[in-house]
Each structure stands twice: as structure tokens, then as C-alpha cells.
Design a protein around this ligand. Structure first.
Ligand SMILES: Nc1ncnc2c1ncn2[C@@H]1O[C@H](COP(=O)(O)OP(=O)(O)OP(=O)(O)O)[C@@H](O)[C@H]1O
Ligand SMILES: [Mg+2]
Length: 246
């Protein structure tokens, strides 16, 4: 479970809140989509959730553990795929994944089983022995995804995960996200691909100027906004349809 509790962030000395009093609870077993226009605060929220950024105020909880008070304990439960995967260049895929597994105290047997499963799933078996500097963007993204899953986290967090993936890899990742969800894990991801959010998510939140604009199942959002598609709902709630009028 993920809880955002009055979460706010301003960068530097700015008065502007990139994330503004965000309150949101995401129970285990949800596949939760986080959508919003460019600059709405999605990445900032995710970076606070993963302990990379310190909130200006408020907190995030993973299964009741505060990321601010007990960052190590909270981070153990998180698997995180950032937007744009900056990996070490001069190690092989396997060396990188072993390093991650060692950091999380994954046993050799579990490491082998999961490595086999994911390298096979993402078609990286042949590339895994090569240095990461020889990988394409998509291969890096898939390696980062395996790195995020190698310790079997309770909470799987992804920032625009479909970016740079080919159709097959994108499909496989979506299936894996569903599988994690069916195992009772919490999956939380940001995306600009509304069709993906529409098809994949059990619940969706729309964020605008750092504030929660709406949250619910697609059905709930449709009824509330009296609109059919998520695109219509999105444009309506983010004011992108008629231009800004504040
Ligand atoms: N390092 C930073 N320093 C100062 N301001 C920042 C920094 N990172 C983000 N911001 C600002 O915070 C706000 C939210 O940015 P954020 O990256 O969280 O948006 P986003 O929803 O992830 O957008 P995108 O869809 O483009 O990825 C924006 O106004 C942005 O300019
Ligand atoms: Mg972002």
C-alpha cells in the first residue's frame, strides 16, 4: 500500500509548489495510473515516494513505513524504474543486475530464478553478457525494469515506462505489471499514453499544477465528468481543451 499524506514540494527558493498537498491512498493489488500534463508534478511526486527528493512538507508511506523516518526500510519494499534509464555503462547486464540483487540481499537461488525468468521474458538473454554501453535505449529500459523487480518488491513504481519500448516489449511490460498486481503488489506508474491508462489501470489519478484534480476508477471518472473517454476527461479536468483560464 502507498499513502501520500499532505505531500508538498517546492524547488529551491521558489514559492511555487510543484506538488501541492497531495493526499492519496493506493491499496495493495491496485494497478494505479498517475496522469497529468507536462510539468504537473508526476516525476516530483514519484521522486519523493522513492526517497530521492525530500518533501517540503508531508510524507509518503509504503505499507505504513515512512519514507522520511525509515527510508531504508521503506526503500526495501520499492522497485523503481525512473524516466530515462541511466545505467552504469561499463558493466554487463548480468553484472549490473547482480549488483542490484546484492544490494537488496537477494539469495543466489532467487537471483538465478528471477534473472532467468526476466531475461527470457524481455528477450535479453543474448545481450546480458555484453556491456550496457552497447545496449539500445529500449534494452536499457528493460534492464532497468529487471533491476527494479529482481528483489521482488511489494510496490512497483514506474515513471513513463512505455517510453522507448517497442510494441512487443511494451505489451510484455504491461502484462508483467498486471501479473505483479495479481500477486497482490501495488503498481504505481505515470504515463502520457491515455489508452494504456484506460485499458490497464484499476484506478487513475489526474494531477494538475501539483494538485489532485480527480481520482477513481475509469467508470467513476466517466460518471463524474459525464464523458466517455479518458482523453475527454483529461482535457476537461486539466483545462487543456479550452486553454488556461485562471
Ligand atoms: N530540479 C528542478 N528544479 C526546479 N524545478 C523543477 C525541477 N524539477 C521539476 N521542476 C518543476 O516542477 C514542476 C513539476 O515537474 P515534474 O518533472 O514533476 O513534472 P511531470 O508531471 O513529471 O512532467 P512531465 O510530464 O513533463 O514528465 C515543473 O514546474 C518543473 O518545472
Ligand atoms: Mg515527468
Amino acid at each position: 500500500m502507498i499513502v501520500f499524506d499532505h505531500l508538498s514540494k517546492s524547488y529551491g527558493h521558489s514559492d511555487v509548489l510543484a506538488v501541492d498537498q497531495l493526499d492519496l491512498t493506493i491499496p495493495s493489488g491496485e494497478l494505479f495510473g498517475f496522469i497529468g500534463p507536462n510539468g504537473a508534478g508526476k516525476t516530483t511526486t514519484i521522486k519523493m515516494l522513492t526517497g530521492i527528493l525530500t518533501p517540503t512538507s508531508g510524507d509518503c508511506f509504503i505499507d505504513g513505513i515512512s519514507i522520511r523516518k525509515n527510508p531504508m526500510e521503506a526503500k526495501r519494499m520499492i522497485g523503481y524504474v525512473p524516466d530515462g534509464s541511466d545505467l552504469f555503462d561499463r558493466v554487463t547486464g548480468i553484472e549490473y543486475l547482480r549488483f542490484i540483487a546484492d544490494m537488496y540481499d537477494v539469495s543466489e537461488a532467487d537471483f538465478r530464478t528471477r534473472l532467468d525468468y526476466y531475461l527470457d521474458l524481455f528477450d535479453l538473454k543474448d545481450a546480458a553478457a555484453s556491456q550496457i554501453r552497447s545496449y539500445s535505449k529500449g534494452m536499457r529500459q528493460k534492464t532497468a525494469t529487471i533491476g527494479a523487480l529482481i528483489h521482488d518488491p511489494k510496490v512497483f513504481i514506474l515513471d513513463e515506462p512505455m517510453m522507448g519500448l517497442d510494441p512487443k516489449s511494451s505489451y510484455l511490460l504491461k502484462e508483467e505489471m498486471k501479473r505483479q498486481c495479481s500477486l497482490g503488489k501495488t503498481v504505481f506508474f505515470s504515463t502520457h499514453v491515455l489508452e494504456v491508462a484506460e485499458k490497464l489501470c484499476t484506478r487513475i489519478a489526474i494531477i494538475r499544477h501539483g494538485k489532485l484534480a480527480a481520482e477513481g476508477t475509469l467508470e467513476e471518472l466517466r460518471n463524474r465528468e459525464k464523458a466517455e473517454s479518458l482523453e475527454e476527461i483529461f482535457l476537461e479536468l486539466t483545462g487543456e481543451g479550452e486553454g488556461e483560464n485562471e
